[in-house]
Design a protein around this ligand. Structure first.
Ligand code: ZN
Length: 301
């Protein structure tokens, strides 16, 4: 599971920082999460292949999370895209994007499929045989969802050494991979579990931005390998959180600690602070496994 941060700062784009967008590579999918202004420039800079993006997840309709989307869709068209593009986001996103396209008389020549979200409960957005994606209902000034990405358990793999040890003939390998028991050369049954290896533990990633401190998400994101949680402010500006419905680094760490996540990745920093290291220091007082997102940074989980 590989996460590339394209942008992770709040509010306005600046010379060296970008508003929110990230790419999650999981089980051969390339999911784009949020699409702030400048996302397509960042995709080019970090050499993400445009044609591999088939699903885009938008948390909410504040500009710093989706103003890059009309431009990206327009570029897909200019690049001659033919594949379907699925967009998941709050109700209203279809109207917003189609108005842009309509006014510019620039309909896409590829299928553009909107999946509008309006539920306040967690909802399944996408599923195939390898991955599922659910919403994480958040608490922000407008209707907002985070996203929970989970790998599915892979099948057990054949342990060739064990098969040889028990004298199991190769002709049985396909059936054993499908779950069958084996027969040794002496005609004895060998249980499947002795001939196969445990699959790797499925990975999971939770993206939570933007949100006020919201304890009710803890059961939903419990034990994920990585949690990206916004930390717009430090505790010294906690009074601004109530008004703007954002979180402090300390609050993000409290959520991470309660949910017993593997790694907490902080982001969505207000640009008022001199150094983002301050966010890490504050969070580590509560939770030890803290990483700082930064534009262009890649995490492997
Ligand atoms: Zn917002």
């Amino acid at each position: 599971m590989r996460l590339t941060i394209l942008g992770c700062y709040a509010a306005t784009p600046r010379t060296f920082t970008n508003p929110t967008s990230q790419v999650l590579e999981i089980q051969n999918h390339l999911f784009l999460i949020d699409c702030g202004e400048g996302t397509q420039v960042q995709l080019r800079k970090y050499r993400v292949k445009f044609s591999r993006i088939k699903h885009i997840f938008i948390s909410h309709l504040h500009g710093d999370h989706f103003f890059g989307l009309p431009g990206l869709i327009s570029t897909f068209r200019l690049l001659g895209r033919e594949n379907e593009l699925h967009i998941y986001g709050p109700k209203g996103i279809k109207e917003a994007i189609t108005l842009f396209l309509k006014l510019g008389d620039s309909w896409t020549n590829f299928p553009l499929i909107f999946h509008e979200i309006e539920s306040k409960e967690t909802t399944l957005l996408f599923e195939d045989d390898r991955v599922s994606v659910h919403t994480i209902p958040l608490d922000h000034r407008v209707y907002t969802n985070g996203f929970l990405f989970r790998e599915k358990e892979a099948p057990r793999t054949l342990d060739v050494e064990a098969a040889k040890h028990f004298g199991v003939d190769k002709s049985q390998y396909i059936n054993i991979k499908d779950g069958a028991d084996g027969i040794s050369k002496n005609g004895e049954m060998v249980p499947n579990v002795k001939l196969t290896l445990d699959p790797p533990k499925p990975k999971s990633y939770a993206y939570c931005s933007d949100t006020a401190y919201k304890e009710s998400i803890v059961p939903l994101i419990a034990n994920v390998d990585a949690l990206y949680h916004e930390s717009t402010f430090l505790d010294s500006e906690a009074h601004l959180c109530a008004k703007t419905k954002h979180s402090t680094a300390k609050q993000a760490a409290q959520i991470a600690q309660q949910a017993k996540v593997g790694t907490l990745v902080l982001g969505h920093y207000s640009t008022r602070y001199k150094s983002i290291e301050l966010f890490k220091e504050e969070a580590q007082e509560v939770f030890s496994h803290v990483e700082l997102a930064d534009d262009g940074k890649v995490f492997e989980f």
